[in-house]
Design a protein around this ligand. Structure first.
Ligand code: ATP
Ligand code: MG
Length: 388
């Protein structure tokens, strides 16, 4: 693909980059694209979507709406996605009209836990012991060594939704009923020491760069804290995780930003969990702690611009800001939080705070791991974030 140089004028306005989905990831993509002089277009059915609110164009239709897709491809020089459950057929429709990255095939694999695991194994990366359950026969054939386990819907899960923990066969059967017998994957419950993730960006020419390994803490299935600094993840495991992520992206012939999440087991082994074909919540620290953010790299891969290895210049901790933190009819004590050195507040412009809803994140940067930890501890105490 020929590069779409920033500043190119198309039909009387700066060339437009489009994004399927109007959530916070789309909003940060839009900000990054606009910083480089591109116009932006968002397709999302919600008039108050975080990305739609800040974009030049907002197409208010469903993801599969033929007219909406037609409108998007007509105004865009290239289109990306911010949300992994954008139907792959919608991306195929768009791809017939304009460049789309990541491609529908890669997104379709990432949307299906069973296909995703098959791909990981093909790339030589260990996965959790598991069984695909799509039929009563497959359910009957499940062996006891997968219990206790977690039954996960094969498709459409996020933030721990569509998952049920089961200890016995009877619980497993009841859980599958509760999930309406849709195709599922049963995963053995593994003893986790920690969780980490790696984000890579890969261009259409095969050039690939990566961010450092992120150490992630989840609470109730939702990411709560990400730490990225020297020593957060042991160097040998970090090297393994980066190599595995690169192999996974290479194997998909992936174009765009890809995040791969891993488990670090009690025994120190690395096991891949899942991938997201887009920027990821665990990469939000890159906005303030790296010389290029994951969203800038998303813009570069989409526009066919060169990629250079990003450099982390500060130790970083990201605290996710969930709706739980919002007092009724007011806002958290941002004035006190922002009085701490190295705090960077990102709010997504959502109008109502609900428990578990991602409202924003707080990035904390510092010269040393000790400094950033001390500030994060203070910020978490001010906000009432217990996870830290
Ligand atoms: P998200 O979209 O936020 O990444 P998700 O809904 O796709 O979440 P998973 O990543 O599969 O869900 O699981 C959520 C969390 O549950 C994991 O981060 C981990 O803490 C825990 N978990 C998932 N699978 C296992 C497992 N096999 N063994 C132990 N813990 C697990
Ligand atoms: Mg996950």
């Amino acid at each position: 693909m020929k590069a779409l140089l920033p500043g190119t004028i198309v039909n009387g306005q700066p060339a437009t980059l489009g994004v399927m989905g109007g959530g916070q990831l789309g909003r940060m993509f839009v900000h990054a694209a606009q910083a480089m002089g591109y116009s932006t277009a968002v397709l999302d059915p919600d008039a108050a979507s975080p990305a739609g609110l800040v974009s030049h164009h907002h197409i208010l239709t469903d993801y599969l709406d033929e007219q909406g897709l037609q409108q998007l491809s007509a105004c865009c020089a290239a289109v990306t996605t911010e949300f992994e459950n954008v139907p792959a057929p919608a991306l195929r429709t768009l791809a017939a009209q304009c460049p789309v990255a990541p491609g529908a095939d890669a997104v379709a694999i990432a949307q299906d836990r069973a296909a995703e695991k098959t791909h990981f194994v093909r790339c030589g990366v260990p996965v959790a012991p598991h069984a695909v359950i799509e039929t009563p026969d497959q359910m009957a054939a499940v062996t006891g060594d997968l219990l206790p386990g977690i039954l996960k819907t094969a498709r459409m899960g996020y933030d721990g939704k569509g998952q049920i923990r089961v200890k016995s066969r009877s619980e497993l059967v009841a859980a599958w009923d509760q999930l309406k017998n849709v195709p599922c994957v049963l995963e053995k419950m593994l003893p986790l020491k920690a969780e980490c993730s790696v984000i890579v960006a890969r261009g259409a020419d095969g050039q690939m760069v990566n961010f450092p390994v992120q150490l992630n803490l989840h609470c109730e299935g939702i990411l709560a804290v990400t730490r990225v600094y020297e020593g957060a993840v042991p160097a040998d495991l970090a090297a393994q995780a980066v190599a595995a992520t690169r192999a996974i992206a290479e194997g998909l012939n992936y174009v765009g930003v890809l995040c791969v999440e891993f488990f670090i087991l009690e025994g120190g082994q690395l096991v891949v969990n899942e991938m997201a074909p887009r920027p990821h919540n665990s990469g939000h620290y890159t906005l303030n702690a790296c010389d290029q953010s994951q969203f800038e790299l998303q813009v570069r891969t989409l526009a066919g611009l060169p990629l250079t290895q990003p450099r982390q210049h500060s130790s970083a901790i990201m605290l996710n800001l969930l709706g739980d933190l919002w007092p009724l009819d007011s806002a958290p004590a941002w004035d006190k939080v922002l009085a701490l050195p190295g705090t960077h507040l990102h709010l997504y412009g959502k109008l109502s705070a609900r428990p578990g809803r991602k409202m924003g994140h707080l990035n904390i940067t510092g010269a040393t791991p000790e400094a950033v930890r001390a500030t994060a501890l203070q910020a978490a105490a001010l906000l009432g974030i217990e996870a830290f």
